[in-house]
Design a protein around this ligand. Structure first.
Ligand SMILES: Nc1ncnc2c1ncn2[C@@H]1O[C@H](COP(=O)(O)OP(=O)(O)OP(=O)(O)O)[C@@H](O)[C@H]1O
Ligand SMILES: [Mg+2]
Length: 322
């Protein structure tokens, strides 16, 4: 079955199940053919549409059977605080809380909508960890970190609840430099050293409702730690204790590392960033194959202009006709 046929089939399954898979119904229709009435092509730089959902009907999703190893105590408030340099973020082109009407803010307002809806209780309970959202891509440099930070700030600006941004790119963490954070303790320390409290690893920020979990100290067995029972236990704790919170993971590239694939196994939603004019069709297909067991996978076109967006949708239409 071609990619476009798979997309159409999965969209239909998801629609039947009641989840939102696109920024607009028109865009969802567009994934399988011509845009419907009211179709909305997102503004340049970012466009999101659903590629698919697997096993969304009740009972089809594998039960979550991992045993709890230990629970990290989660205190009410993080112990560390960072004052984020908003002017620098703005110069780098990010969404900032003081510019809610900027073009980039508008774009991420569109991008986040289906993610928030899916995280809330509108999709079947069989989708576990629906509030765990991983931002990934096939290859380095396609805009994962840019997207993860923008998404987190955008949700923190408008969402009623809180956002936790996790640096899941444990081998090459970028959040400390961009946001001016301490790199550790963080995720890997929580996994490797059960004695650390989650509150010791979290960093509260000057952006209201945005908290960050850095990647933590480098560890030679990082992949194993991300695949461990401790990780399952920690994520379950975070996802259930903060069920009203969206937890966004920046991640490494799917085709260059094993860590991203392991991270994806825990996620309720995966956002696949595709760089316009640089990510090849082959790379996108390979990357999608690595996350085929994830419940919800959405595609986001990055670094596009309006013409690119038109070409992008044509790209899948071409494949579907092969
Ligand atoms: N839409 C965009 N507009 C402007 N700059 C962007 C955009 N997307 C990405 N960039 C810039 O491109 C560079 C690479 O992006 P980013 O670091 O987010 O990629 P990545 O996929 O996280 O890379 P890596 O795999 O190395 O972690 C960064 O300097 C980032 O700020
Ligand atoms: Mg990155």
């Amino acid at each position: 079955m071609s990619l476009i046929e798979q997309a159409a089939k999965r969209l239909e399954e998801l629609r039947r199940a009641g989840a939102q898979t696109s920024v607009e119904e028109g865009v969802a229709s567009h994934a399988g053919g011509a845009p419907g009435p009211g179709a909305h092509i997102p503004t340049p730089e970012a466009a999101v549409h659903a590629l698919g959902v697997r096993d969304v009907e009740a009972g089809n999703t594998a039960p979550h059977t991992a045993q709890r190893v230990h629970a990290h105590p989660i205190a009410e408030a993080p112990l560390r605080f960072v004052d984020i340099n908003i002017e620098r973020l703005k110069q780098l082109g990010f969404v900032t809380p003081d510019a809610p009407k900027s073009q980039i803010a508008d774009e991420f307002r569109v991008v986040k909508r289906p993610i928030i809806r899916n995280a809330q209780a509108r999709v079947p309970a069989s989708i576990r960890n629906r509030n765990l959202v991983m931002v990934t891509s096939a290859l380095p440099g396609e805009g994962k970190t840019f997207t993860a930070i923008n998404l987190a700030i955008s949700v923190a600006m408008e969402f009623d609840n809180t956002v936790l941004l996790v640096d899941g790119d444990v081998a090459h963490p970028s959040l400390p430099d961009i946001l001016g954070l301490p790199g550790s303790p963080g995720l890997l320390d929580l996994l490797a050293r059960g004695s650390i409290d989650v509150a010791d690893a979290l960093v509260k920020t000057s952006i209201d409702k945005l908290t960050i979990l850095p990647a933590g100290s480098r560890h030679r067995r990082a992949t194993e730690l991300l695949a461990s029972e401790q990780m399952t236990s920690l994520l379950r704790e975070l996802a259930s204790r903060y069920s009203d919170r969206i937890i966004i993971f920046d991640s490494p590239p799917l085709l260059a590392t094993t860590e991203a694939r392991v991270l994806a196994t825990h996620m309720g939603q995966v956002i696949m960033v595709v760089a316009a004019n640089s990510t090849t069709k082959h790379a996108v297909n390979q990357a999608l194959a690595t996350v085929e067991n994830c419940d919800i996978v959405m595609m986001m076109l990055n670094k596009a202009n309006k013409t690119d967006v038109g070409d992008y949708y044509g790209y899948y239409a071409d494949e579907g006709s092969q």
